[in-house]
Design a protein around this ligand. Structure first.
Ligand code: MG
Ligand code: MG
Ligand code: MG
Length: 305
């Protein structure tokens, strides 16, 4: 039976490209795998796949009875709903805080505090001496540019920069930053329903028993979000909150100004804003770019208290 290599819910570029690149790695090691994603590519990922002539992984939303490798997450909340019925969790490659999945048998885990899962996968190709095809290298470079916001995110490490340089050389890309800007322009596409925009890059977190959902849109300018669109997003956010959450947030990140505006629907906006260093009158937070590093930890701390 072919083992699935599966990224997280609401797939981003890293999780989709990681399914493809980790599949290349496992196959190079003689393991039969099938790359998979829990959804179709968002505009940024569609740009990357098209640019490098790669096919999107097959969409899989049920893993009952299957063997799986996880890429870019280790949280049950990000896994298919029937993950408890998985036949075997064979391994994890991830760059987030350790989540709550567990396994019945020994597994291989490669979890590193890097800016991108594809940085780990690049290093593993070197370690196992598996070659990376040119087009795949280009897509892996884009995953790193995406997750590190063109090396500007505080999550970016030396390992990410080194992997990106190596991948750019393999792919024959002389100006990775220009490629990154082209990609973020594609990502800044706001022609979708308010609901699709909120869920484009959305994660639920369990914070001391409270379910908090956080979406993020990384844009080349916050001016793209018109007052009318903002009102629609706010109304939709209230609905998302009403679906069993204590709070729903949308982080609007300006990748050029390097800061984020926080939109919230919750029972206690002040608590959320205060935890993030803002207030009702100060919803723009200079320097905040990373959900993983600058939004989730302070909220978890505030809700623990
Ligand atoms: Mg991801
Ligand atoms: Mg990632
Ligand atoms: Mg991201």
């Amino acid at each position: 039976m072919s083992t699935l290599v599966l990224g997280h819910k609401n797939p981003d570029t890293d999780s989709i490209v990681a399914a493809l690149s980790a599949a290349n790695l496992y196959r190079g090691r003689g393991i039969d795998v099938t790359p998979a994603a829990q959804g179709t590519p968002a505009p940024e990922t569609a740009f990357v796949l098209e640019r490098f002539g790669l096919k999107a992984p097959e969409v899989v939303t049920s893993v009952a009875g299957k063997d799986v490798y996880l890429v870019d997450y280790s949280d049950l909340a990000q896994a298919p709903d029937d993950f408890k019925d998985v036949a075997s969790l064979r391994g994890i490659i991830d760059h987030h805080k350790l989540g709550d999945v567990t396994s019945d048998s020994p597994l291989e885990c490669f979890i590193m505090p890097y800016g991108c899962s594809n940085t780990i996968i690049k290093e593993l190709h070197d370690y196992y001496k598996v070659a990376i095809p040119k087009d795949l290298a280009g897509a892996m470079l884009c995953a790193i540019l995406s997750d590190t916001v063109i090396f500007k995110s505080p999550t970016c490490t030396k390992a990410d920069v080194k992997a990106a340089e190596d991948l750019a050389a393999i792919a024959g890309i002389s100006d990775p930053k220009a490629l990154g800007m082209e990609m973020f322009k594609a990502k800044s596409n706001l022609t979708a329903s308010p609901r699709d925009l909120i869920f484009r890059d959305f994660k639920d977190f369990d914070m001391s028993g409270k379910k908090i959902g956080i979406g993020q849109l990384e844009l080349i300018s916050l001016d793209m979000v018109t007052p009318d669109l903002k009102a629609k997003l706010q109304a939709e956010l209230s609905k998302v909150k009403g679906e069993g959450r204590f709070a729903a947030l949308l982080v609007l990140t300006d990748i050029m100004k390097e800061g984020s505006e926080i939109m919230i629907a919750s029972d206690d906006d002040d608590k959320v804003l205060k935890a993030l260093g803002g207030s009702a009158s100060q919803r723009y937070l200079p320097g905040v770019m990373s959900r993983k590093k600058q939004v989730v930890p302070p909220l978890e701390k505030a809700f623990k208290a």
